[in-house]
Design a protein around this ligand. Structure first.
Ligand code: CA
Length: 228
């Protein structure tokens, strides 16, 4: 992020006290925030092109955050951080393919939120360039079980290939570990969540040996997505 181009953030939140605190913290981080306290015109405002990132509350008067997010995602890739009051909601949201870039649960520390905002902005701006270029050089062939980058073979194990192919088939979609387990393993197998982490780690090591690009994004506390 460049210091000379302050980022414009839209906060869609009906709890004005929370939004005001967030706004102050963002200002300290050289970001300007505009507050919208109803869901009704949110999608139109988000799509106006005036904002670099949206902090979107789930429970809103008028139209809820989930509907707004899905509406926006039909036409825009603007970074969205979704905020919810229930931690158990996050798993459900991930399952619904909201298209949000990150999720945060209330009550959150404003400092944590600002850190997430910075991280999402950094990732989306850097990754957009790197991922677009890199994913064009990536070939995933499910029929021959082959992955190549720039023509160089990345030799994944069968399980690694299955996992990578699941992520790769839906770029940007965030999968929880539980979802990956269900999709990549037989239902009766007693594999644990950690197995997913260790496969992902190995996939990254294999990519690292061939290119500078890490095709898999870790979503804190949730799971993984393909970043192409
Ligand atoms: Ca609310």
């Amino acid at each position: 992020m460049h210091k000379d181009t302050p980022k414009n953030i839209l906060i869609v939140e009906d709890e004005v006290a929370i939004a005001d605190v967030v706004k102050e913290y963002l200002a300290e981080a050289q970001m300007e925030a505009v507050l919208l306290s109803s869901g009704v015109d949110a999608a139109t405002t988000i799509l106006s092109g005036a904002f670099d990132l949206v902090i979107l509350d789930l429970m809103l008067p008028g139209i809820d955050g989930l509907t707004i997010c899905q509406e926006v995602r039909k036409t825009s890739e603007i970074p969205i951080i979704m905020v919810t009051a229930k931690v158990e909601e996050i798993d459900r949201l991930v399952g619904l393919e909201t298209g949000a870039d990150d999720y945060l649960c209330k009550p959150f520390s404003p400092r944590e939120l600002v850190a997430r905002v910075k991280a999402v902005l950094r990732r989306t701006s850097n990754q957009m360039v790197l991922s677009n270029e890199s994913s064009q050089r990536l070939v995933v062939d499910p029929e021959r079980w082959i992955v190549t980058f720039n023509g160089v073979n990345i030799s994944l194990t069968r399980r690694e290939f299955i996992l990578f192919e699941i992520l790769h088939s839906k770029p940007g979609r965030v999968y929880s570990r539980a979802q990956l387990l269900e999709l990549a393993y037989d239902h009766d197998s007693d594999v644990i969540d950690r197995a997913i982490d260790s496969h992902i780690k190995n996939i990254r090591i294999k990519f690292e040996a061939v290119c500078e690009w890490d095709p898999i994004r870790s979503v804190y506390g949730i799971g993984y997505s393909y970043d192409g």
